[in-house]
Design a protein around this ligand. Sequence first.
Ligand SMILES: *[C@@H]1O[C@H](CO)[C@@H](O)[C@H](O)[C@H]1NC(C)=O
Ligand SMILES: *[C@@H]1O[C@H](CO)[C@@H](O)[C@H](O)[C@H]1NC(C)=O
Length: 354
Amino acid sequence: MGKLLALAIVGVLAALIGERLMGFRHRMCASRELKPKRLPNCHLIKGIEAGSEDIDILPNGLAFISSGLKYPGLKSFAPDKRGEILLLDLKEDDPRPVELRINHGFDLASFNPHGISLYIGDDDAVYLFVVNHPRYKSTVELFKFVEDDNSLVHLKTIKHELLASVNDIVALGPDSFYATNDHYFTGITLMLLEMFLGLAWTNVVYYSPQEVKEVAAGFYSANGINISPDGKYVYIADLLDHNIHVFEKHANLSLTPLKVLQLDTLVDNISVDPYTGDVWVGCHPNGMKLFLYDPENVPGSEVLHIQDILSKKPTVTQVYIDDGSVIQGSSVATVYDNQLLIGTVFHKGLHCEL
Ligand SMILES: *[C@@H]1O[C@H](CO)[C@@H](O)[C@H](O)[C@H]1NC(C)=O
Ligand SMILES: *[C@@H]1O[C@H](CO)[C@@H](O)[C@H](O)[C@H]1NC(C)=O
């Protein structure tokens, strides 16, 4: 009897693990086949070799790029190099990235930038919010951009218990934002277990100096976040659920779910075209290859362009797809004036003409 019970328990456990494994492989899009689809006028951006995780562009064509992310479970081609914020002027013919200087007093040695977001103040001052992982913790750094000498002045470090494992951020004001927490746990083993078990425990938090609150929850892995040009809708990418959630934003800053756009790929960062409102998404066609990096079998890249996301039938166009021979692990795609920038978690950056 004891033996039978033990056998039954082993059987149930094996079935459970098998079911979780199937679900995990599905969430990772592990068996998707890729047919490359390239754009005719693309070149790799010189000087970006260790990631261009997130990109945000000012109306004057200055693109801010976070580079050098080191994150548990993700490949790094420059593990000993600190992170940096690069600036690329898209109005130039052959733009080259320059590193933005950061004032003394800021702990540069442990700078590990992740998601970023720009905010233009009433006085035209440009604020840059940067998700930072110094020693694998999560903080949000607020900088002011000084264009005269391409520098960033550090204004403050924001930490909060509700901002425990921040991934991406969208600025709402000179010191307020929405941020996604992409994991419930912060240690790598528990993070992997959380992904494997498919726990929908990650969330979106509103932050201002006066108030901090959770405004949405129940994502497998809340990742990219952005806002419509009129400020009425918020888009949140759930990496492991392969979809984009559209929320209505209220005057009291709470969010209510409006719709979910289901896709067939791991959606990472979301960019919004400030003129058309179109949504551009950097995606990972195969999450298994991203998280278990193998130089012989590298992760690919995919860019989706979504028009009329609020309508009943949004148009989803696959603009670019590569098997990793050109660019690996695309995390963001953003447009400026017929130019497309494709950024990656840890690889290079691609500049294309549309
Ligand atoms: C941008 O892409 C990186 C790649 O994951 C992702 O980790 C990060 O969350 C994204 N940042 C934003 C702002 O979405
Ligand atoms: C915020 O505003 C919305 C819409 O008016 C309302 O439904 C919701 O209850 C409000 N939430 C809070 C916490 O006041």
